[in-house]
Design a protein around this ligand. Structure first.
Ligand SMILES: [Ca+2]
Ligand SMILES: [Ca+2]
Length: 317
């Protein structure tokens, strides 16, 4: 089936079968938990990526954490993106001063194969604080324009399970001295992504110890068996069917019938990421595109196997 897709959306595109099977496609992403597309629309201008960090997206035991953000051009773009500034909701800079040795950009394999220089952001979410917003400004090095990707990652998470604990510290310590290009170099163990694994990476991991990211670069969808009358074959005489699934906590989940047979319906995933949604079926086949947009602005998308409305469905007595 032909599916419209844009360059920058392909990273999290989900196959229809996976969507139904409730599989997670987030392999090879390492400690990157959100990839947000951006575009510098006018030569020399800055594009601003706005993210809203809500408390249900993180466990931050000490009230603060360091997140990394790296930018890279999309496949067809000639832009050389640079982060020019990052401010919080009160317009205060939250970028960490560059560590000694930083600036030696390394390949951000998870964003693209192109070079990306990360910025480290000090983010704060104190007890009782529901959300905190940040704006990342991105410019082209040569004052041009074009499409880019911003990848948000968890520094210190060496094994890519989106939490920082002792396992990560041990892994980083075991690789001290490794440089980019060497066999023992590990991109995810290079907390500050400066191309070498040293004490600065251990320190960063220590400062992030206990931090857990609950952003899920995935969305699942399941037709409630109770909505599927007669045989379990996705053919039903229920006009209103219910879907259940999991997405990033707080994300907006939208079901759109691809031929516009019905009006799109939306709901929000709860604090644990679960959602339920009721869709009204049109006669015959209903083919839904499912989108989930999280507070990072990241949209992931997939097609659902068709659900068919029919009077007298097979197996109904
Ligand atoms: Ca980890
Ligand atoms: Ca490093």
């Amino acid at each position: 089936m032909e599916r419209p897709r844009k360059n920058h959306q392909c990273l999290f595109e989900i196959q229809e079968a996976q969507l139904e099977r409730r599989d997670v496609p987030a392999s090879n992403l390492g400690n990157t938990f959100a990839i947000v597309p951006g575009e510098i629309t006018k030569a020399g201008d800055a594009a601003v990526i706005k993210v809203n960090l809500t408390s249900d997206l993180f466990t931050i035991p000490k009230g603060r954490a360091t997140l990394g953000v790296a930018v890279a051009a999309t496949t067809a773009s000639t832009v050389q993106p640079l982060i020019s500034k990052v401010v919080n909701g009160t317009n205060k800079s939250v970028v960490q001063p560059a560590a000694p040795g930083a600036g030696k950009a390394v390949s951000a394999a998870v964003v693209t194969t192109k070079t990306a220089t990360p910025s480290l952001l000090n983010v704060q979410l104190n007890k009782g604080q529901k959300s905190s917003s940040y704006s990342v400004s991105v410019k082209d090095k040569a004052s041009g324009k074009g499409n880019f990707l911003s990848g948000f990652y968890l520094p210190g998470d060496a094994n890519g399970d989106l939490k920082v604990d002792k396992t990560d510290l041990t892994a980083i310590k075991s690789k001290i001295g490794a440089k980019v290009g060497a066999a023992n170099y590990d991109f995810n163990a290079d907390s500050n992504r400066d191309g070498q694994i040293d004490n600065a990476d251990v320190k960063l991991a220590q400062s992030n110890q206990g931090v857990v990211i609950k952003v899920k670069p995935m969305i699942t969808a399941r037709l409630d068996p109770a909505s599927d009358t007669g045989t379990a074959d996705r053919i039903t005489d229920n006009r209103n069917v219910q879907f259940q699934g999991v997405a990033t906590p707080g994300s907006t989940v939208t079901y759109t019938e691809v031929d516009s047979k019905t009006t799109p319906v939306s709901t929000k995933a709860d604090a644990t990421g679960n959602y339920t949604l009721t869709a009204s079926l049109a006669d015959g086949n209903n083919l839904y595109r499912v989108n989930a947009t999280d507070s990072f602005g990241q949209t992931i998308s997939g097609l659902l196997s068709p659900v068919t409305y029919k009077t007298n469905p097979p197996g109904k007595v």
